[in-house]
Unconditional design. Structure first.
Length: 132
């Protein structure tokens, strides 16, 4: 199914079109972004600081001073940055799958509440089997 974003249009008494993002998804997204972003920023900062002052000074001695970070410091910092960054990306994968697993009962609870309030019962509900 292709994914397309369209503009919400007022038709009658309600809007049609557009895309709705649930507050649960936004909370999950913001939490994971802030948590993982802080760790990744610290990993990059520590990797750059791991390059010695002498090597940084050598990079600044080049005629093109603005390129010292890109041509001298970052290639040497990457050997320090890559292992913990890989670990952090694996943690992000684990945390996002765990968050979805924890959020699944909430989603099914919302679905059951909606069905019960509209008067429809699910087939798996034991209350629908009784003859009351």
């Amino acid at each position: 199914m292709p994914f397309a974003l369209d503009k919400p249009v007022l038709r009658g008494f309600n809007f049609s079109g557009g895309h709705v993002v649930s507050p649960e998804f936004v909370a999950l997204l913001v939490g994971l972004v802030v948590y993982t972003g802080a760790f990744i920023a610290e990993i990059v900062r520590a990797g750059i600081l791991a390059v010695s002052w002498g090597r940084r000074g050598g990079g600044r001695a080049r005629p093109a001073r603005g390129l010292a970070l890109r041509l001298v410091v970052l290639p040497q910092a990457l050997r320090v940055i890559v292992p913990p960054m890989t670990s952090q990306y694996l943690n992000l994968t684990k945390n996002s799958s765990l968050a979805v697993a924890i959020g699944f009962p909430d989603i099914t609870s919302i679905g059951n509440t909606t069905m019960n309030q509209t008067g429809r019962r699910s087939r798996a509900s034991p209350r629908s089997w009784s003859s009351t």
